[in-house]
Design a protein around this ligand. Structure first.
Ligand SMILES: O=c1ccn([C@H]2C[C@H](O)[C@@H](CO)O2)c(=O)[nH]1
Ligand SMILES: [Zn+2]
Length: 139
């Protein structure tokens, strides 16, 4: 695969995350997040955060994207992107690191983006070292 092709694919993930971020329902925090996971099937799945008047019931963008993927019959994530507000990176919260871990290996690349660009790329293993996953339950 050429560098141009890789760039195009990240740009596709970035564009989809931006669309989903624009649909975020975050009237309480006003912190809009979009997330995209790429399945092993090559398809992209987007999600946004969905807050609730009962605050703890709110949902992270990553959780929404993962739910869309699993609902489509895919259970392996090969790449991910999380987009927060302009000028800052939004790293997945602790719970979402574990949610990603369920469907990905430690070398999963997670692109951290704002609406203008990908600002940083990190692996799941860096975000969640010595993780507990399905293998620990012989799955
Ligand atoms: O990686 C993250 C971090 C935060 N949020 C959401 C949760 C809440 O709605 C808002 C503020 O925490 O941002 C996400 O969706 N993903
Ligand atoms: Zn989260």
């Amino acid at each position: 695969m050429t560098n141009d092709m890789v760039k195009t694919m990240i740009e596709d993930m970035h564009a989809l995350a931006k669309l989903y971020r624009s649909r975020a329902y975050a009237p309480y925090s006003k912190f809009l997040v979009g997330a995209v996971v790429k399945g092993a099937n090559g398809k992209l799945y987007g999600g946004c955060n969905v807050e609730n008047a009962a605050y703890p019931v709110g949902n992270c963008a990553e959780a929404s994207a993962i739910a869309a993927m699993v609902g489509d019959g895919e259970t392996h994530i090969v790449e991910a992107l999380v987009m927060g507000p302009e000028g800052q990176i939004c790293t997945p919260c602790g719970a979402c690191r574990q949610r990603l871990r369920e469907f990905a290996s430690a070398d999963l690349k997670i692109h951290l983006a704002d609406p203008t660009a990908v600002l940083q790329t990190i692996t799941l293993g860096e975000l969640l070292p010595m993780s507990f996953g399905p293998e620990n339950l012989n799955r």
